[in-house]
Design a protein around this ligand. Structure first.
Ligand code: KIV
Ligand code: ZN
Length: 515
């Protein structure tokens, strides 16, 4: 019987931490469902003490997402543990993950305390966490740069205090695979109570070694890998979930370990993370990049046609990349769409068929043919389309030419009331944004505007992602449409709706304080 390696996904904590604009509660919930379908063992979904919004998101995921252990992060201080324990109260199985830095560098310059003081704090925090749950993980932050005997001292006491997972992060992505494996060996051989805990690794990718280091640690005896979908995370990111999962699947013969990851769910989860987090996947990324299964050279194409395994070590289907691109038109019925979506790995509760089919027909009329990637984009954008929202776009009418200023007229429903405004600008997008600012009475600062094409060729849909600042906070909005000005306006309306919701929450809090 081969050993199982636990997969601890931290896309919604370490991954989310690195985004330009934080995810909304709904975005987080949607991603939590997508990630749980990968069958991860543990899902770290936030840092509850960090903000009321993060607390609520963790709480909501804990009550609504069944399957994986739901984990929250906490520094080794009482208020963090308390917030984490409270947020996880309704989880089927909850884990508190507490940490403190152990490297001389962090102890001296960041924490300004001794290793003994840090150990005492860790022990206290672990004992407090055990009052909320039996499942407590302890991390030695910057373990990669901590002397091995120091690690042994703190780890032994952490286990004695009740931690049952010990995580040894390479926080700054500095170590090499042999060094990391030696560290795991040292702990396994020198911590007397090490058999009472599962050893875990958490690698950052600053030198591009996160995956190699994680696998080296598994070969040395670690049995949990912390990772993120598409490898997103602080700086150069974390260890990529899809890469370690596929390494352990494809090289079981050599590594003699397995995971419970459903590999056919990988591609869909990767696409959802890329879209919702506004973090595109590089085309040559292993497993999930656009080119991961594309053969360009004539010699390779000839080889693959003769025998697929000449140049392909795994099939695209094994990671859920759809095998054929079925084209759909306005004559395609609902059942065709449903069938295709299930082939792409989507379930009925991922989308609302009525609104999806309406958008599908509109798009099919505009484009002629609707492709798989259009369907996927519509699922995502239908979910964030501002159906019951404060601001709802009615129409955009923008004109521009090379000789005069652009003008735009926008129809917007504001809390159910129909309004219209026109404005001019250097181009149709600027004119539209000026009209929206008049309609909403809010002047937001667009700090990033990205236009991308989803699909191929001239019939691609325009996807616009906007990062905007309003009263010191950063917001992300995305929009999709065949017309790029319309896509831009959808993205901006989304920003206004998120700002509106944030204002409602802060008004409520002020009323509560006053009352
Ligand atoms: O990189 C790191 O050390 C972390 C810890 C909080 C586990 O993210
Ligand atoms: Zn990290």
């Amino acid at each position: 019987m081969q050993d199982k390696v636990w997969i601890f996904d931290t896309t919604l904590r370490d991954g989310e931490q690195a985004l330009k604009a934080s995810l909304t509660e709904d975005d987080k919930l949607q991603l939590a469902h997508a990630i749980s379908r990968l069958n991860v063992d543990v899902m770290e979904v936030g840092f509850p003490v960090s903000s009321p919004a993060d607390f609520r998101a963790v709480q909501r995921i804990a009550s609504e997402v069944k399957g994986p252990i739901i984990c929250g992060l906490a520094r080794a201080v009482a208020k963090d543990i308390e917030a984490c324990g409270e947020a996880l109260k309704t989880a089927q199985q909850g884990r508190i993950h507490t940490f403190i830095a152990t490297s001389p560098l962090h102890l001296e310059h960041k924490l300004r305390m001794s290793l003994d003081d840090a150990t005492a704090m860790a022990v206290k925090a672990i004992k407090q966490a055990r009052n909320y749950t039996d499942d407590v993980e302890f991390s030695c932050e910057d373990a990669g740069r901590t002397p091995h005997d120091h690690l042994c001292r703190i780890v032994e006491q952490a286990i004695a205090a009740g931690a049952n997972t010990i995580n040894l992060p390479d926080t700054v992505g500095y170590v090499t695979p042999d060094e990391y494996a030696a560290m795991i060996h040292h702990l396994m051989n020198n911590v007397p109570n090490i058999d009472k805990a599962r050893l875990s690794v958490h690698c950052h990718n600053d030198l591009g070694l996160a995956v190699a280091n994680s696998i080296a640690a598994v070969q040395a005896g670690a049995r949990q890998i912390e990772c993120t979908v598409n490898g997103i995370g602080e700086r150069a990111g974390n260890c990529s979930l899809e890469e370690v999962a596929m390494i352990m699947k494809m090289r079981q013969d050599h590594l003699k370990v397995h995971t419970d990851i459903r590999s056919e769910e990988i591609y869909r989860a990767s696409r959802q993370v890329a879209k919702i987090c506004n973090m595109p996947v590089q085309p040559n990324k292993a497993i999930v990049g656009e080119n991961a299964f594309a053969h360009s050279s004539g010699i390779h194409q000839d080889g693959v046609l003769k025998a697929q395994n000449t140049y392909e070590i795994m099939s695209p289907e094994s990671v859920g990349v759809p095998s054929n691109q079925l084209n759909m038109t306005s004559r395609s019925g609902r059942h065709v769409i449903e069938h295709r979506l299930s082939e792409l790995g989507y379930h009925g509760d991922d989308y609302d068929m009525d609104s999806l089919y309406t958008s599908f027909l509109e798009l099919a009329d505009q484009k002629g043919t609707v492709y798989d990637y259009d369907l996927e984009a519509m699922i995502y954008f239908n979910q964030i389309r501002d159906k019951d929202e404060h601001y709802q776009l009615q129409y955009v009418n923008a004109t521009s030419n090379s000789q005069s200023v652009a003008t735009a007229t926008i129809g917007l429903s504001v809390a159910g009331e129909q309004k219209q405004e026109a404005a001019t600008g250097n181009g149709p997008v600027e004119a539209s944004f000026a009209a929206l600012a008049r309609l909403t009475g809010m002047d937001v600062d667009v700090i990033e505007y990205n236009l991308d094409a989803t699909g191929q060729g001239a019939s691609s849909l325009g996807q616009v992602d906007i990062i905007a600042k309003y009263q010191g906070r950063t917001y992300h909005g995305a929009g999709l449409a065949a017309d790029i000005v319309e896509a831009s306006v959808h993205a901006m309306v989304r920003v206004y709706n998120i700002i509106y919701r944030a204002q409602q929450v802060s008004n409520l809090k002020q009323q509560r304080k006053a009352g």
